[in-house]
Design a protein around this ligand. Structure first.
Ligand SMILES: [Zn+2]
Length: 663
C-alpha cells in the first residue's frame, strides 16, 4: 500500500497491539478508530473516520480492515431521534468513501459522535467483571475513579452511540456488561489509557478476590471414560449435521469449582459470547459418562426451546429457531468441549468461553454473586437481524463440514489422493502412515488447497496398539469419526514357488491383518458413537482378476474383500456400512511400484518398465490412465450419505477390465 495516512497507520499499529491480547478483545470483538484528512476524488480536503470493519479481527489488523467514512455525513445522523439497526447501517454505508470497502462496525457512530482523534473500544474481561453484578457502578468508581461515565446495558447501535456522546468531556466510558471506551488526540496516549484502565480494574478485582482454593473438588474422567464420553456426545450432537468436538483445557481449574453451575449461569458476560455461543454453556456432571451426560443435553435443548418460545414475539419475520444444541459444554476436571464444523470453529468458541467463564469466576470471587442482562436482551442478540442476515448470506457448508475421517497410507499414492480430495471438501482428517515425510508432503498439499490442518499418526498399522492410537487420535482431536479408509498396502511379487514365507506373511500383515484390526476397533467405536459410519477398503482389480507372479498380493486383497463383506453384515444393525474399491494401475505418487515391482510387472507383461502405464491403459476398455483422484472421488461417494443405501459392494475403478468385473 502506498501513502497510508499517518493517523491510519497509527490506528493499525495500535489495533494490532490490542488484538494480540485476548483478555482485551476476542475474535472480531471491540473496535478502534482514528480521524484524519484525505483528499477526495475532486481534490478537496475531507475529514474522515477510519473505523474497524464489522467482524475484522484486530490481531492481524491491516489498513483495508479500516474503511474510511466522511465524518460530516456521519455527524449529520445525530439529528435523528431513533434509527433501527437496518436504517443506521444503510445510512452509515452511504458515508463510505469507497462503497466497495469493508462494511464498517455496527459501533461506527459511537466513534463518530465522540470528537477525539483516536478512540479505543475494548470488550476487556476485567471491565466486564467489574460490571456483571449488582454493584457495578460503585465498583467502577472505586476501581477507575470518578472520571469514567457508567452506562447501563444498551444494545450496540444508534441509541447507545447517541447516548454515549454526551460524555465526551470525561476520561472514558464504561459500558456495563459490554466494555470500555477511551480516547485521546495521540494514538500512544490512547493505547496507554486503555491499558491503564484495564490494569486498574484487574488490580481492584484481585484486591477483592477471596482465594477460591478451597472450592475445588470436581474429579475428571479417566482416559477411557473420556473417549467413551466424547463418542456419545458427538453422536448425540451430530444427529442433524456433523460436528467436531474440540477439547480445551484452559478452563480446567474453573471446571473443578464447586460452584461451576452458578458460574455457568452467571453466563453471557460479553457481546461476543451472546453472538457466538448463544445464551448459556451446558454443564456436564462430575465423573461424566454417556448415561449421566446425554440427559444434560436433552435438558439444555428443552430450556432453549422454552427460551425461544418465551421471546419469539420479537423475532423478525421469516426466521425460525436456531439449532438448540449447546455449543459449549463445561466438563468438570477437564475444561471446555466446544462443537463446530471444524477444529478452528471449536477453538474460536473455546477462546470466547474461556474469557466469558473466567470473567464469571472473577465476578463470583470478587462480588459473591453475578447479575446478567436477562433472557430477553440475550434473545435480542441471539436473533439480531444484522447477524441473521449474515448467516443467511453465508455460503453453503462444504460437503464434509464437521465430518471426520481416518485415512491410512496417506503419505503417498492413493491414500494421499484420497486425503487431498476429502480435505478440499471440508473434512477433518487423521492421516496415518509408516513415516512422517510423506505425511508432511500431503499436509503441504492440503494447506495449498485450503483444507483443514490434519492430525498425523506415524506408526505401523499392523500393530494393534497403533491402530487403537490412530482411532483415539480422531476421538480426542475431533470427538469421534465418520469413516475409515484403509489405503495402506504393499505389493508382493514372486511366483508361489519362489515366494518366501516371510514375504507372504508381510503381505498378509499389511494388506489384510491390519485392515482386520482397523475394522474391529473402528466398529467398536462407531457403535458407541451411535450414528453409523462408513468403512472403505482400497482393494485391487487383482482380487477378482489375479495374475501370475503376484499371488501374495492378490490373495491378501481377495481376503480384504471378504473382510469387507463380513463387516457389512455385522455392522449393518448399527448403520455401519462397508464397501470396497478395486483400482487398477494407479501410478501417481505411488510407492507400490517401487522396489523392483514395476520392473517385475513390466517383464510379466512383456513391456519395458517405462511403458507400464501405457500398457495398462491400453488394456482397459476405456483406454484411460486411472489416477488416485479417480479412486478418491469414488471414496468420497462411499463415505458420504449419497451412498447411504449401499453396503457390502465393490466398485471397480480400473478403466474397465472384463476379467475383473465385480461378481
Ligand atoms: Zn462493543
Amino acid at each position: 500500500m502506498t501513502n497510508i495516512p499517518k493517523a491510519l497507520e497509527e490506528l493499525v499499529n495500535r489495533s494490532q497491539f490490542i488484538g494480540a491480547d485476548q483478555s482485551l478483545v476476542v475474535f472480531g470483538g471491540g473496535n478502534t478508530s482514528a480521524k484524519g484528512e484525505i483528499t477526495d476524488h475532486l481534490g478537496r480536503k475531507r475529514t474522515v473516520l477510519w473505523v474497524k470493519g464489522s467482524g475484522a479481527d484486530m490481531t492481524n489488523a491491516v489498513a483495508v480492515d479500516y474503511p474510511a467514512l466522511y465524518l460530516e455525513e456521519l455527524l449529520s445522523l445525530k439529528q435523528f431521534e431513533k434509527l433501527s439497526d437496518e436504517e443506521m447501517t444503510d445510512l452509515v454505508g452511504k458515508a463510505l468513501v469507497d462503497p466497495n470497502s469493508r462494511r464498517p462496525s455496527i459501533e461506527t457512530l459511537l466513534h463518530a459522535f465522540l470528537p477525539s482523534k483516536h478512540i479505543d473500544h475494548v470488550h476487556a474481561d476485567s471491565i466486564c467483571a467489574l460490571t456483571n453484578h449488582k454493584g457495578g457502578k460503585k465498583a467502577v468508581a472505586e476501581a477507575l475513579g470518578e472520571g469514567f461515565a457508567y452506562v447501563d446495558w444498551i444494545r450496540p447501535g444508534f441509541e447507545l452511540s447517541k447516548y454515549s456522546s454526551q460524555f465526551a468531556n470525561m476520561e472514558g466510558i464504561v459500558l456495563a456488561h459490554h466494555g470500555l471506551i477511551v480516547w485521546d488526540e495521540n494514538s500512544d496516549a490512547c493505547k496507554d489509557k486503555t491499558m491503564n484502565a484495564v490494569n486498574k480494574a484487574t488490580k481492584y478485582l484481585d484486591s477483592l478476590a477471596v482465594k477460591p482454593a478451597a472450592k475445588f473438588d470436581h474429579a475428571g474422567p479417566s482416559d477411557q471414560e473420556l473417549t467413551d464420553l466424547l463418542l456419545a456426545l458427538r453422536g448425540k450432537l451430530s444427529k442433524k449435521s456433523k460436528r467436531v468436538i474440540t477439547i480445551d483445557n484452559r478452563l480446567e481449574e474453573i471446571s473443578r469449582r464447586k460452584d461451576l453451575s452458578d458460574l455457568a449461569e452467571a453466563g453471557a458476560s460479553s457481546a461476543d459470547h451472546m453472538l457466538r455461543i448463544r445464551p448459556w454453556s451446558a454443564v456436564l456432571p462430575e465423573r461424566a459418562n454417556p448415561e449421566n451426560s446425554i440427559p444434560v443435553i436433552d435438558k439444555y435443548v428443552d430450556r432453549y426451546k422454552k427460551y425461544f418460545e418465551a421471546n419469539k414475539a420479537s423475532l423478525p419475520q421469516g426466521y425460525s429457531m436456531h439449532d438448540p444444541d449447546p455449543k459449549v459444554l463445561l466438563l468438570p476436571g477437564v475444561g471446555s468441549l466446544t462443537t463446530g464444523s471444524s477444529r478452528n470453529e471449536g477453538k474460536m468458541l473455546a477462546d470466547i468461553a474461556f474469557h466469558t467463564h473466567s470473567v464469571a469466576g472473577k465476578v463470583l470471587d470478587s462480588f459473591g454473586s453475578a447479575d446478567t442482562i436477562g433472557d430477553a436482551e440475550i434473545f435480542g442478540f441471539d436473533y439480531w437481524p444484522m447477524e441473521l442476515y449474515k448467516l443467511s448470506s453465508k455460503p453453503k457448508p462444504q460437503k464434509f463440514a464437521g465430518h471426520v475421517f481416518v485415512v491410512t497410507g496417506a503419505g503417498s499414492g492413493i491414500g494421499r489422493g484420497i486425503a487431498l480430495e476429502l480435505a478440499t471438501q471440508g473434512a477433518s482428517l487423521v492421516l496415518a502412515d509408516l513415516g512422517d515425510e510423506g505425511l508432511k508432503e500431503t499436509e503441504k498439499l492440503i494447506a495449498a488447497s485450503k483444507g483443514l490442518r490434519p492430525e498425523f499418526v506415524v506408526g505401523d498399522q499392523t500393530k494393534e496398539s497403533v491402530v487403537i492410537e490412530t482411532l483415539n487420535s480422531a476421538i480426542k482431536n475431533f470427538g469421534g469419526f465418520d469413516g475409515v479408509v484403509m489405503s495402506a498396502g504393499i505389493g508382493v511379487s514372486d511366483s508361489l514357488e519362489t515366494l518366501t514365507l516371510d514375504k507372504w506373511n508381510q503381505g498378509l500383515a499389511v494388506n489384510l491383518s491390519s485392515s482386520f484390526l482397523i475394522t474391529k476397533h473402528a466398529m467398536i467405536n462407531l457403535r458407541k458413537q451411535g450414528i453409523g459410519g462408513s468403512l472403505v477398503y482400497i482393494a485391487s482389480k487383482n482380487a477378482f482378476s489375479p495374475g501370475a507372479g503376484f499371488g501374495g498380493y492378490s490373495v491378501s486383497k481377495a481376503g480384504m474383500l471378504q473382510l469387507m463383506r463380513i463387516a457389512a453384515i455385522e455392522g449393518g444393525s448399527a448403520q455401519i456400512r462397508a464397501n470396497a474399491i478395486n483400482p487398477d494401475a494407479i501410478f501417481d505418487n505411488s510407492k507400490l511400484w517401487e522396489g523392483g515391482i514395476r520392473e517385475q510387472r513390466a517383464a510379466a507383461h512383456g513391456v519395458k518398465p517405462e511403458e507400464l502405464e501405457d500398457f495398462y491403459a491400453s488394456r482397459n476398455m476405456l483406454k484411460v490412465h486411472v489416477t488416485s483422484k479417480d479412486v478418491a472421488l469414488t471414496t468420497s461417494y462411499l463415505l458420504s450419505d449419497e451412498s447411504s443405501r449401499t453396503t457390502g459392494s465393490v466398485i471397480a475403478v480400473d478403466g474397465g477390465v472384463a476379467a475383473a468385473f465385480p461378481r
